[in-house]
Structures are given as C-alpha cells and as structure tokens.
Design a protein around this ligand. Structure first.
Ligand code: C5P
Length: 481
C-alpha cells in the first residue's frame, strides 16, 4: 500500500489538514483517511480552505493558531512524566503540533486519555497497534515531524537508544528517525552518575542527540537530592524551539547597504523614452538577501514590474540623473552595490511636447552621456563606501571587459555576467556570474556555477559578510597595502 508523507504536501494543504484534524480531534493521518473515505463514498468534503487558508491569528490567540512545526513527544516512565503534560501545553503555545507516544511504564504515571485531551491528537502506545501499523506507523511517527523530544528520558530508555534497541514503539521510533532528538533525562542521582549511564550519555552525545538537563534538586524519593531532576517544561519547550527555529545569523546587522537596480528610462519626449531589457530581479534579490542578513537596505530602483522587498527603503526613479541624486542622498553607506542597467546616454534635446511626424523626416535626436553613478561613487574621497561593487553585463570577452571595467571605474569588486540573448539572463530567473576582485595587487576571478538570481544574491551577500566581518574590504585593503 502506498504511504503519504504529510511533510511533503504544500503548505496550504498541510495547514488545512492540521486545522481540520485539530478541530476534529484526530491525527492528521486519520483526517486524511476520513477525507479519502468520504470522497470514495461520495460524501461532500468542504475543501474551500485550500483557496483561502485561514488568516494568521493575532498574537494573543497564538495557542490556537495553525501549527508551524511538529514534535513527536515520547513520554518515558518516571515520576517526572506529569511535567510532560505541561510540556504539551508549552509546545502548543509555541505553535507546535504535538503527537505523543507513551511507553508502557509511562502509562503508570500519566494516562493516554489525559495526554490525548491536551495534545488534541490520539496517543500512540503500541508498536503492534494494527490501526497505525498497517502503514508502518512507527516510521511515520519517526519522520513526519520536525523534532523528537523524549521527556522524561529514563536511564532505561537512554540505554536502549545508545545500543540501538527497537523492541517497543518508543525505541523503534528513536532508531528509525532521521530527525533531531532532544532528551530531557530524569532519574535518581545515583542512576545518573552510574558508569553505565555516563557511557550511554557520552555515546548519545556522539550520535548527535541533544540533552537538556537534568537539573539538580530534591528527588521524589524522600530525603534524596542531587543531579537527576527533569528540566522544567518551559526549559524543555525553549530548547525544542531553539532546535525547531534556530536563530537566523545576521552577519550584516548594523551595516547600511545601498543598491541600485533595474533599467533607467531616458525621456525622448513626455510619452517616449529610451530603455533596456533589465528586469531588476538581480538587484531586488540582493536587496532581500542583504536585509535577511540584517543590513539596513536602501534600494534605488528604475522602473520595474516587481514588488518592493519587505523592510527595505525603496526609492523609485526614472532616469540616470534621478538615480544618481537618490544614491548621493542615501550616503553614507558601508556597502554599495550597483546592479542597475543604467542607460549610457540620454537625449540632450528631449521634447517638452510630443514629437510630431513632419514632412521634413525624422527629428534629429542628439545624445549626451549620462553620469556614471558607479564611477562617481567609487571616486568619492569623503563619503566613499568602504566596499563598492559594480556589475558588468557583457555579450563578449566577458572577463577581460569586466577586469578593465573594475580598473576604469575604481570599484572594489565586479560581478560579471554574460547577457548574450542565448543565455536568457536579461529578464530570466538564473544567472552565471564571475566575481572579480583585487587580491595582492592582482585581479582574482571566482567563477560560480549557474544559479537562480536569489542564490547569486545569497552567495554575494555571504561573500560581502565574510569580507566585512573579516575586516578586509576592497578599497581599505588596497590603501592599507
Ligand atoms: O559601463 P557599464 O554600463 O557596462 O557598467 C556597468 C556597471 O556600471 C554597473 O554596475 C552599472 O550599475 C554601473 N553604471 C552606473 N552608471 C552608469 C552606467 C553604468 O552606475 N551610467
């Protein structure tokens, strides 16, 4: 029989299934079975939620919001099992869906009914449960989640895990999983300090298992104290959250990045202009990547058909001269990236009124050179950004032309790309670039494989972050040497 991996479904479908199953107090898998059965039997299934997934709930109602992650919680047999009831609530508060597995011993301390009531899901207890095993339920419990938490992790469960046993549902899940595992050990201090447990803990840590606690304090056994108390539910939930949503590195935090993007439109008269085929996609992707890396970003964009990236200050301009004005107004900046395809020329005698056809033939259009924004900023003495990056879009002699552009314009790096029509780069979604920089008085060429424009942006921002945090930027390194 075919099996279905819920994790691989579209986000909207997953959200719909999770919401429906939570409302019906069923596991997601059971919900899928019910939907399929209803469809086969010809019943109506309300699928409108696909078209309009529920809007995110306000923060105050987060506990009941659509879950964003899922945990399989294995509750081991120890007195600390009562704290796992609170842990279920703490995880759900953090928008984590929790599916619980109880070992045989755990059922001596908490009942499946209580766990099910709190998790709003059925509880799994048996490796040979015909209901869930017909499609290898222990494999699903091991893999259809983002994290496995074992709380309390008893000495016995840890020993089984360290030695690869799989003779009950909990140990089979732990052996079959490819997810991260978080253990919250709980046991008597003598069991915790026993050489066998020490060996097992060391082995589990070598295997990549993460431990939270145990804490030190009084034991349930009268008069006993020491290290062995299970961490509090809130500590375990916070540790789970760190593993589920690791903090995003922000290497450009505190840096100001200025980016130009898109084409420019140079007026011929009030209704006509000179333009080029630049879509602005690469510059916009760089703006988004720099913002994601924590930078404050100013994006000066020519006319494009793109949405403004989130949390980026966007200055919309038409002509090269407007672009230069906005770039100068945005200084100072730590890093400036000139990805715009600025028109080299503009019409000197742009008409105030629409040009008319005349018997005298075509009106003469006199072209004058536009300011070179990249060269102007690279040659500033006072407000020059410490790292200035230009682009070289070429159709022939790519590397040679890009190298001479780097020298001529005075920038620190050039991102060279072939824009011959056959490459589909202009307006397309991928790009093949070569990063040219100065190294020890020479020009170094780093050729990247074909990537999407988003990947190029992320890679470029990673290079920038490395350069900036390493304290080496083009110009300062140049002048220092
Ligand atoms: O000379 P070329 O247009 O090939 O140079 C490309 C690089 O110079 C790009 O980084 C582009 O944004 C920048 N440029 C500019 N102002 C111009 C022309 C090009 O900033 N007027």
């Amino acid at each position: 029989m075919a099996s279905l991996t819920i994790r691989k479904l579209d986000d909207a479908v997953k959200a719909y299934l999770r919401l429906r199953s939570a409302q019906n107090r069923r596991s997601v898998e059971e919900e899928v079975r019910v939907i399929l059965r209803d469809l086969i039997e010809g019943h109506e299934v309300p699928l409108t939620a696909f078209a309009a997934p529920p809007a995110p709930a306000p923060t105050s109602q987060r506990a009941s919001a659509v879950p964003e992650a899922s945990v399989t919680l294995i509750i081991g047999g120890g007195i600390a099992a009562y704290k796992s009831l609170d842990l279920i609530r703490r995880l759900k508060e953090r928008r984590v869906e929790v599916r619980c597995v109880l070992t045989k011993a755990a059922q001596q301390f908490v009942t499946p009914l209580a766990v099910s009531a709190l998790s709003h899901e059925r509880v799994y207890t048996d490796l040979f449960d015909p209901q869930s095993e017909f499609d290898a339920g222990h494999i699903r419990l091991a893999r259809d989640c983002d994290l496995i938490v074992v709380a309390p992790a008893t000495a016995d469960l840890m020993a089984k895990m360290a030695n690869g046993h799989a003779d009950d549902l909990a140990s089979a899940i732990l052996l079959a999983t490819n997810r991260k595992v978080l253990l919250a050990p709980a046991m008597n201090p003598l069991m915790w300090s026993n050489a066998a447990t020490r060996r097992n803990v060391a082995q589990l840590q070598r295997d990549g298992v993460v431990l939270i606690g145990p804490n030190s304090g009084e034991m349930a056994e009268a008069g006993e104290a020491g290290v062995g108390r299970m961490s509090e539910a809130i500590e375990i939930a916070a540790a789970a959250e760190r593993l589920l949503r690791p903090p995003v590195p922000r290497p450009l935090a505190g840096k100001r990045v200025l980016i130009t993007a898109g084409p420019t439109h140079e007026p011929i008269d009030p209704v006509r202009y000179i333009a080029n085929r630049s879509s602005g996609k690469q510059g916009f992707a760089i703006a988004a990547a720099a913002r994601a890396a924590g930078a404050e970003v100013v994006l000066v964009s020519g006319p494009v058909d793109l949405d403004d990236p989130q949390d980026v200050t966007v200055k919309h301009v038409e002509s090269a001269r407007d672009m230069l004005d906005q770039v100068q107004a945005a200084l100072p900046a730590d890093i400036a990236i000139f990805a715009a395809a600025v028109a080299d020329w503009r019409v000197a005698n742009a008409g105030e009124q629409k040009l008319k056809k005349t018997a005298a033939g075509m009106p003469p259009l006199e072209l004058v050179e536009n300011p070179d924004i990249l060269a102007t900023i690279s040659k500033l003495t006072d407000k020059r950004p410490p790292l200035v990056i230009g682009f070289a879009a070429e159709t022939e002699h790519l590397i040679d032309n890009a190298k001479s552009k780097l020298a001529r314009k005075g920038c620190d790096w050039i991102v060279a790309n072939d824009v011959s029509p056959a490459t589909g780069v202009m307006g397309g979604d991928s790009n093949t670039v070569h990063l040219i920089s100065r190294k020890d008085g020479e020009m170094a060429v780093d050729s990247w494989p074909v990537m999407t424009k988003e990947q190029v942006a992320i890679e470029l921002v990673a290079h920038i972050a490395k350069s900036v945090t390493g304290g080496v930027t083009g110009k300062s390194a140049e002048t220092a040497s």
